[in-house]
Write a protein that binds this ligand. Structure first.
Ligand code: GCB
Length: 617
C-alpha cells in the first residue's frame, strides 16, 4: 500500500496501531548492496500542469490520449490507426539523466510546481521460482504515483525518505515500461509545509532500483553497540518463512556470530558481549566492520561502526568521553552555479570534506530533512558525527491528524533506513516551531516514537529562543516545554542578523545556563562572496559576516553548558524567498563558502575556533 493510502487508513486507526506500522513497508535497507538493477540513467519526461494524465477535463477518468502510464507504443498505435489521437508520446518525449531535480533538465522549470511524468523501459532476467521483485526509490519529491507495465503499483508521499513497492506479479523479462507521476506541489497539510527557506526541487532526486529478493528476505538488520557493552541485533524478515527462522549476524573480523530464531512476527532480537578487541568508531578513527546477515536463502551485508553516545548532566559523551561538536549545517545541494539536488558520491564527499578537512569539524547537521543515503554512509566512512532530521519545519498543520501520521511515517522510515549509521548521534524532530498546545502534543508524540524505535541515540529539536531584558541587559534562554523531553537542547539564534543588535554588543548578551547539553543548531549572517565593505560594514558584506562570526563566537565561549554548534550554513543555497537583486538573487547567502566553493573570510574565523577546540581535546 502506498503511504498516502496507508496514512489515510492510519488516521482511522491512529490510537491502536502499533508504532512500527507507521513506517512504509518494506524498508529494504542497504538496497544498494542487494541483487537487482540500478534504474538510474536516461528517462523520458513530460510536463502535465493540468494533470490531464490523472483526470479528464470534466474530472472523470483520464482519456487514452493523455494517460502517460499506459503500456503502449504511441507511434506504433497511430501508424496502425491514423485517426487515433494522442497528445503525448512518452517514448519520444525529451530525456533527462536521473536522479536529478527537474530544474536540471531545463532552466524554465525552476519554479514549476506540479505534475511531471517520467518513463523508462528496461529488461531484466526472468524471476526464478519463489523470487520477489520490488521497485525501491530512495526519494521522490513530493508525491509519487508509480505504474509498471500500465498497472498502478503504488503511491508515496514525502520527498526525502525511501519507499519500496512490490512488483513480483507485474514485472516481466523484457521491455518493462515504468512510469512515475511526480507532483512537487507543496501541500498545506504536508511535511514540509508550503513555506520553507529552500528550493523545492521537484523530481526523482535520488537513485531507484529494481531489487530482487528470495521469497523471504532480510528487510532490516539493525546492529549496534549498547550502553552496557553488548553487540545487539534486531533483524526483521519479510515473507512466508519469516517466523521461527534461524538468523546469523556475523562480524568475521571480530569472530562474532550473534544468532537466534525469529519470533512469530519474523523479528529476531539477540545480543552477545562485545569482543575485547572491538575498536570503537569515532571521528578520529572511523572504524567500520563488515557485517554479514544470513537468514534462510537471503544474505545482506553492511559496514557498521560501533560506538556509544549519551549525555551526563550538560556533557555529551561519545564512547564515554566528553565531546564538543565542531559542526556546520548543510542542505542537500551540490556545489555549482546550477545545483539540481543531484547528490552523487563525489558531490557528497566534496561537501563533507569541506566540513572535516576544511573547517576541522567533527559534526554536521544535515538540514532540514533526511539527506541521501550516500551522504550518511560517507559520514560513517569519513568520520563525521551527524544530526539527522525530518522536515517538521516552521508551521506544519500541527492540529491535523493526517499531518501527524505523515510526520510519524517519515520519522520511522528515516530511522529504519539509517539505524546502522554510527555517524548519526541525534534524531531531530522539528525546526523552529512556534509553541502551541497542538504543536506540543504533535512533537511529544514524535519524541516518544524516536525513543521506541531507537534507544541508542539522542533526541533533539532546533528550538526558538526567548529573549528578555534583565537589569538593562539581554538575557537569552530556551523557554519551551519540549525541552523537558529532549536530551540535547538546540537553539537557533540570530542576534546581530535578524535583530539590530550592534555586533560589538553581542559578547555582552548572556545565556541562561541549562542542566542539559546545549548546542547552537544555527546562527549565521548573509554575505555575497567578493563583496567587501570595510567602511560601512553593511549587512551582506564579507566583512560583516566575518565580524558577526567573531562576536557570536565570543558570546558562545561564555556559555558554560554549550557543547557544540552547527552554524548556518556551509554553502550558499537556492532559496526562492531571497530576492534582493544585488546580494541574493534567489540564494540564501549565509554560506561560509559560495555556491562554487569559494571560502569567505568568516570561514577562517570558524576554522580557527575549531582548531582551538580540536587542540583542547
Ligand atoms: C532559520 C531556518 C533556516 C533558514 C535560516 C535563515 O532559522 O531554520 O532554514 O534558512 O534561518 O537563513 O533565515
Amino acid at each position: 500500500m502506498g503511504l498516502k493510502a496507508f496514512v489515510g487508513a492510519m488516521c482511522a486507526l491512529t490510537v491502536l496501531a502499533p508504532l512500527d506500522a507507521q513506517a512504509s513497508s518494506p524498508t529494504l535497507t542497504r538496497a544498494d548492496n542487494r541483487d537487482g538493477q540500478d534504474l538510474s540513467g536516461t528517462w523520458h519526461y513530460s510536463v502535465d500542469p493540468y494533470r490531464d494524465g490523472l483526470a479528464g477535463f470534466h474530472r472523470g477518468a483520464p482519456g487514452a490520449g493523455h494517460r502517460r502510464y499506459d503500456d503502449v507504443d504511441v507511434d506504433a498505435l497511430t501508424r496502425a490507426k491514423p485517426t487515433a489521437l494522442y497528445e503525448y508520446d512518452m517514448d519520444r518525449a525529451p530525456t533527462a539523466t536521473l536522479p536529478q531535480g527537474w530544474i536540471g533538465h531545463d532552466p524554465t522549470l525552476r519554479y514549476y510546481q506540479g505534475l511531471m511524468w517520467y518513463t523508462r523501459r528496461f529488461d531484466t532476467p526472468a524471476l526464478k521460482p519463489g523470487q520477489r521483485a520490488f521497485l525501491r526509490f530512495e526519494a521522490v519529491n513530493y508525491t509519487a504515483k508509480v505504474f509498471l507495465n500500465g498497472k498502478s503499483v503504488g503511491e508515496h508521499e514525502g520527498g526525502f525518505t525511501p519507499f519500496s513497492l512490490e512488483v513480483t506479479d507485474v514485472v516481466r523479462a523484457s521491455n518493462n515500461q515504468l512510469t512515475v507521476g511526480v507532483d512537487s506541489t507543496p501541500q498545506a497539510d504536508g511535511v514540509p509545509p508550503p513555506v520553507t527557506d529552500w528550493e523545492n526541487y521537484g523530481g526523482i532526486t535520488r537513485p531507484m532500483r529494481l531489487v530482487i529478493t528470495p521469497g523471504t528476505f532480510i528487510d532490516e538488520a539493525w546492529v549496534r553497540l549498547t550502553k552496557d557493552g553488548k553487540i545487539a541485533a534486531t533483524v526483521t524478515l519479510d515473507g512466508a518463512q519469516a517466523a521461527n527462522q534461524e538468523v546469523h549476524v556475523r562480524v568475521a573480523e571480530l569472530g562474532l556470530d550473534v544468532t537466534g530464531r525469529t519470533d512469530a512476527k519474523g523479528v529476531l532480537n539477540a545480543s552477545a558481549a562485545a569482543p575485547k578487541g572491538l575498536a570503537r568508531w569515532s571521528p578520529d578513527r572511523p572504524k567500520l566492520y563488515d557485517v554479514v546477515v544470513q537468514a534462510g536463502e537471503d544474505r545482506l551485508t553492511d559496514r557498521v561502526g560501533f560506538r556509544t553516545i549519551e549525555t551526563k548532566g550538560s556533557e555529551i559523551l561519545l564512547n564515554g568521553k566528553p565531546i564538543f561538536l565542531r559542526g556546520i549545517s548543510v542542505h542537500e545541494e551540490e556545489f555549482g552555479e546550477n545545483p539540481a539536488r543531484t547528490i552523487t558520491e563525489a558531490g557528497a564527499r566534496a561537501l563533507l570534506a569541506e566540513v572535516k578537512d576544511g573547517l576541522h569539524g567533527n559534526f554536521v547537521r544535515l538540514a532540514h530533512y533526511p539527506h541521501s543515503e550516500v551522504t550518511t554512509r560517507l559520514a560513517d566512512e569519513m568520520g563525521l558525527l551527524v544530526w539527522s532530521e525530518i522536515p517538521v519545519y516552521w508551521l506544519v498543520d500541527f492540529g491535523n491528524p493526517r499531518t501527524l501520521a505523515l510526520a510519524r511515517g517519515m520519522l520511522a522510515d528515516n530511522i529504519r533506513r539509517d539505524r546502522n549509521r554510527a555517524s548519526i548521534i541525534m534524531w531531530s524532530v522539528a525546526n523552529e516551531t512556534p509553541i502551541t498546545d497542538a504543536r506540543n502534543s504533535f512533537l511529544y508524540q514524535l519524541v516518544d516514537d524516536v525513543r521506541a524505535l531507537d534507544d541508542s541515540r539522542l533526541v533533539t529539536a532546533a528550538l526558538l529562543t526567548d529573549r528578555k531584558t534583565v537589569d538593562g541587559k539581554a538575557l537569552m534562554g530556551l523557554n519551551d516545554p519540549l525541552a523537558d523531553k529532549l536530551d540535547v537542547l538546540s537553539a537557533n539564534t540570530y542576534n546581530g542578523w535578524y535583530s539590530d543588535d550592534a555586533l560589538d554588543a553581542l559578547s555582552g548578551i548572556a545565556w541562561k545556563a541549562t542542566d542539559k547539553p546545549m548546542v547552537f543548531s544555527e546562527f549565521g549572517a548573509d554575505a555575497l562572496a567578493g563583496f567587501s565593505d570595510p567602511q560601512l560594514m553593511r549587512k551582506f558584506s564579507e566583512d560583516y559576516q566575518r565580524k558577526y562570526y567573531e562576536k557570536t563566537l565570543a558570546m558562545a565561549r561564555q556559555i558554560s553548558s554549550l557543547r557544540g554548534m552547527s552554524p548556518w550554513i556551509l554553502k550558499d543555497f537556492r532559496a526562492p524567498r531571497r530576492q534582493h537583486p544585488v546580494y541574493q538573487q534567489g540564494w540564501n547567502r549565509k554560506g561560509l563558502v559560495s555556491p562554487t566553493g569559494r571560502r569567505k573570510p568568516a570561514f577562517f574565523v570558524l576554522q580557527g575556533f575549531y582548531k582551538e577546540k580540536e587542540a583542547e581535546k
